[in-house]
Design a protein around this ligand. Structure first.
Ligand SMILES: NC(=O)c1ccc[n+]([C@@H]2O[C@H](COP(=O)([O-])OP(=O)(O)OC[C@H]3O[C@@H](n4cnc5c(N)ncnc54)[C@H](O)[C@@H]3O)[C@@H](O)[C@H]2O)c1
Length: 346
């Protein structure tokens, strides 16, 4: 296959490129190192792009997905069998500072790619990497109980977590959640209006050693960085008991492969580590300290992040029903062990 990966220097994009190359696919990537513009030197993905550029089977395109002429030109030059769209302004805190850039990258950039695909590769499978932030803070309406180190769903029927029936409007999104929700709906619409094979994956916390973790995005990766390289971490609100579920980038890519093999046009799926891979911030700090043997310096700020989820676990029932052969390979402790090893080597 001929596959295009946007955001190829990022966590998910780089994992996708490596996997597709190893399978012999002709793989193209778009990335302009915008992560460095968003987050400074710590977000620089040059290291990741350099590694990809040295691999046979990979062709890099160094431009911005906001540049519609460039996007259209590339799609005119070649027909893709699959498009994996992961390029994004990924942080809800950052979006507040740069609302227009955030919307132009996340929403308009996605529209550029969908339209270019419609005009030139209408049969391609198109996967849009969305986020659980499209649900805004609606998940915070689920009744919770407070335990020693984490919040937990109070009702038995919520045990598996949040599913795709959770509403996406009439709630507080953050500007990031709003721009991603716009892109999420556009992607669904291209399947419904034009019959394209577009699928939407709404990620929980995606993680792995390929992350250029920064304080505002890539929480586990940044915590590991603080543990091994010093500095301090700030926990924002909810007593550090807010819960996230973590999925390894490898498992994200195998989920994408399952979708490419058998696309269900216009479907949205939650994609996360699920209950088994869920942990609160306090539990994550404890686990990383245990694995790394280092103490993490952290402080507490009473004020929670705007629209932050108190307890978010991705209910994977729908994805697992449509793709019964897909299995999550990485447990949370395996993820952390690998991240500690990788950070030690950087
Ligand atoms: N990491 C997470 O926890 C998480 C959770 C839920 C959803 N997601 C979504 O998954 C996708 C991938 O996330 P990630 O963690 O790999 O992000 P990332 O920041 O690691 O990678 C994104 C890449 O896109 C590039 N990029 C950004 N804007 C660009 C532009 N305008 N033109 C070209 N390239 C551009 C960046 O340089 C970066 O390398 C994003 O859509 C994100 O919203 C991520």
């Amino acid at each position: 296959m001929k596959i295009l990966v946007t955001g190829s220097g990022g966590l998910i994009g780089s994992e996708a490129v490596k996997r597709f190359i190893s399978q012999g696919h002709e793989t193209h990537g778009i990335d302009n190192n915008m992560r460095k513009v968003f987050f400074g030197d710590m977000g620089d993905v040059t290291w990741s792009l350099s590694a990809l550029k040295s691999m046979t089977g990979y062709t890099h395109h160094n431009f911005d997905i906001r540049d519609r002429a460039k996007v259209f030109e590339l799609f005119k030059e070649m027909r893709f069998d699959a498009v994996i769209h992961t390029a994004s302004q990924p942080s809800h805190d950052k979006a507040r500072e740069i609302p227009i850039v955030d919307f132009e990258v996340n929403a308009v950039g996605t529209l550029n790619l969908l339209e270019a695909a419609r005009l030139n590769s209408p049969d391609a499978v198109f996967i849009f990497m969305s986020t659980n932030k499209v649900y805004g803070d609606a998940p915070n309406e689920y009744p919770l109980k407070e335990l020693d180190k984490r919040y937990e769903y109070a009702r038995e029927e919520d045990w598996a977590g949040i599913n795709e029936t959770c509403r996406i409007d009439r709630c507080l999104h953050s500007l990031f959640g709003a721009s991603k929700a716009a892109a999420d709906i556009l992607a669904q619409e291209y399947a419904k209006t034009y019959g394209m094979k577009v699928g939407v994956l709404r990620g929980g916390c995606l993680t792995g050693p390929g992350h250029s973790g920064v304080e505002l995005h890539g929480f586990l990766s940044y915590l590991v960085k603080v543990a091994l390289s010093g500095g301090s971490y700030t926990v924002f609100g909810y007593k550090g008991k807010q819960v996230r579920d973590h999925i390894h980038s490898h498992d994200v890519i195998t989920a994408m492969e399952a979708y490419i093999r058998d696309p269900h046009p216009g479907e949205v799926y939650n994609l996360g580590g699920g209950r088994d891979n869920s942990a609160s911030v306090l539990e994550s700090i404890e686990a990383i300290e245990k694995i790394s043997g280092k103490k993490i310096a952290w402080k507490y700020d009473e004020k929670n992040r705007l629209g932050d989820h108190i307890c978010y676990i991705s209910d994977m029932t729908k994805f697992e029903a449509h793709y019964p052969h897909w299995k999550r390979n990485y447990s949370l402790s395996a993820i952390l062990e690998e991240m500690v090893r990788a950070q030690g080597k950087r």
